[in-house]
Design a protein around this ligand. Structure first.
Ligand SMILES: Cc1cc2nc3c(=O)[nH]c(=O)nc-3n(C[C@H](O)[C@H](O)[C@H](O)COP(=O)(O)OP(=O)(O)OC[C@H]3O[C@@H](n4cnc5c(N)ncnc54)[C@H](O)[C@@H]3O)c2cc1C
Length: 453
């Protein structure tokens, strides 16, 4: 391989956390590269339309205003090289391997920040591999960035309140939502939020956003049902209906919304210390007050350290930026602490609310039951029954992977690992360390591996 390109700082992720870190480092004359699979910055929450597309009223709700403002400030930074359309596929101390339109490249940096966000939790149930069935965030990505509707009659089901916002966005884009189904009783959600009323009230804007979404759904006549569980999605060539505890429903697209798990492949690959993330599962990267991980020179922020929303991600990103400046000797400790005060307060406030939300949306008692023929690992077509046999035989996650190829496909276990770990935990308790993270973290063309440089 050719000599690696070198930057002072490399940030993986151009969402709220990555942008905030870059902004916090502005003015220090550092060379910064920001790598993102998306062509344009914004992360999952903004999902900018492709360059050259115009989307009328793109994310017009005022709750997006602070994020759009941050995006503008990020766009004005002059010392940032934006590497959009590039996936970070390998990480070790001091360097990152990325793949993009021109193949693979190695990028070295003294300081690397992983701000890779989160992803929808994949939830296997009978019929979930039918065309037309999505993770709810996937449906939202189409709607947000291009106003594309996933179907004519979309069903949303799960336990996470984000499905209300997604349903309202579909309605606002001219679509029809067959129903929004919460598996948990409404009273349980209200009780969870009411347990710490001041924390909940501290995030009034989120409560208003949810209330506005409910009003949009009520005006459109969209049913929002609680205590209704989904047991199967049905259809021949694509999804055409759903079997639920309240009867059958018709739909031509369905979004599953049971929660989010951190994108953890890169810090795990680098050997950073991880802990079990929230009730939805997954792994969160352990960090100190300046977002340093257990690996020297490696930092983590945003939802890579736990799912807590965009405002918490931005606050954590700012702390990471300040921490990097401190460690590079560009700020003294006193100045760094002074600059970090606001972000620390914000982070604590938003994390407290996120923990209430975790309780209100806890999916663990409400997962649909797969049958033995339900595919769990979609990359390698491994069925639930096969995994059950291996788990009953006492296999660890890595042993199941070796025996069945579960988790060895293009997604490298990002989708099936939480299900397998739930199965192992139900059988023997929650002590399995999960799959060993392997290169590459994202799919890449074999030609890129073979190409001379
Ligand atoms: C599909 C989806 C939809 C969501 N919608 C909402 C919403 O409407 N409202 C809300 O409050 N919260 C939403 N969330 C939660 C939301 O993502 C966060 O609150 C917020 O965007 C987190 O900011 P972040 O900077 O941590 O991560 P993100 O905004 O997710 O940014 C991370 C970025 O890293 C990039 N990335 C990840 N891995 C790699 C890699 N290996 N190589 C290169 N780039 C990489 C991603 O492309 C992404 O742009 C959503 C989450 C998901 C997954």
């Amino acid at each position: 391989m050719a000599e690696p390109e070198r930057f002072d700082v490399v940030i993986v992720g151009g969402g709220p956390a990555g942008q905030a870190a870059a902004i916090a480092l502005a003015g220090h004359s550092l060379s910064i590269a920001v790598i993102d699979e998306q062509m344009r910055p914004g992360g999952q929450i903004l999902r900018q339309p492709p360059a050259g597309f115009t989307v009328a009223n793109w994310l017009a709700d005022r709750s997006y205003a602070p994020l759009k403002d941050q995006l503008d400030r990020f766009g004005q930074l002059e010392n940032v090289s934006w590497l959009g359309g590039h996936s970070a596929i390998g990480l070790q101390a001091g360097s990152i391997v990325a793949s993009g339109p021109d193949g693979m490249r190695t990028i070295a940096a003294d300081r690397i920040l992983i701000a890779a966000g989160c992803q929808d939790l994949a939830v296997p149930l009978p019929g979930w591999t039918l065309p037309g069935v999505y993770a709810a965030g996937g449906i939202q990505a189409f709607t947000k960035s291009q106003q594309l509707l996933a179907g004519r009659r979309v069903l949303l089901a799960g336990t996470h309140p984000l499905q209300l916002i997604i349903a309202a966005q579909i309605v606002a884009a001219g679509g029809t939502v067959a129903a929004v189904l919460f598996a948990q009783p409404r009273a349980a959600m209200v009780r969870a939020l009411a347990r710490h009323p001041l924390t909940a009230l501290g995030r009034l804007s989120d409560l208003f956003t949810a209330r506005a979404a409910m009003a949009t759904l009520a005006r459109s006549g969209t049913p929002v049902r609680y205590d209704v569980s989904l047991s199967a999605l049905t259809g021949r060539d694509r999804v055409s209906g759903a079997t639920t505890s309240a009867g059958d429903l018709q739909c031509d697209a369905a979004g599953l919304c049971y929660g989010f798990v951190p994108q953890s492949a890169l810090p795990r690959m680098a050997g950073a210390r991880m802990v079990a993330a929230g009730p939805a599962g997954g792994w969160a990267c352990v960090h100190d007050d300046w977002m340093r991980t257990s690996v020297p020179g490696l930092y983590a922020a945003g939802e890579t350290v736990g799912v807590a929303g965009a405002a918490a991600a931005a606050a954590g990103g700012e702390l990471a930026g300040l921490g990097i400046a401190l460690d590079l000797g560009l700020l003294d400790t006193k100045a760094a602490h002074r600059s970090a005060q606001g972000a620390r307060r914000q982070l604590a406030r938003h994390r407290a609310f996120a923990s209430l939300l975790d309780t209100a949306a806890d999916p663990r008692a409400f997962f649909p039951a797969p049958d033995s023929g339900t595919i769990v690992c979609r990359c390698e077509d491994i069925e639930h029954g096969i995994l059950s046999e291996r788990v009953s035989a006492g296999d660890s996650a890595n042993a199941v992977k070796l025996a069945t190829r579960c988790g060895m496909g293009v997604c490298q276990g990002r989708n099936c690992e939480p299900t397998l770990l739930r199965m192992i935990s139900a059988a023997r308790g929650p002590n399995d360390a999960g799959f060993t993270a392997r290169f590459p973290a994202r799919p890449l063309a074999i030609a890129d591996l073979l190409a001379p440089d």
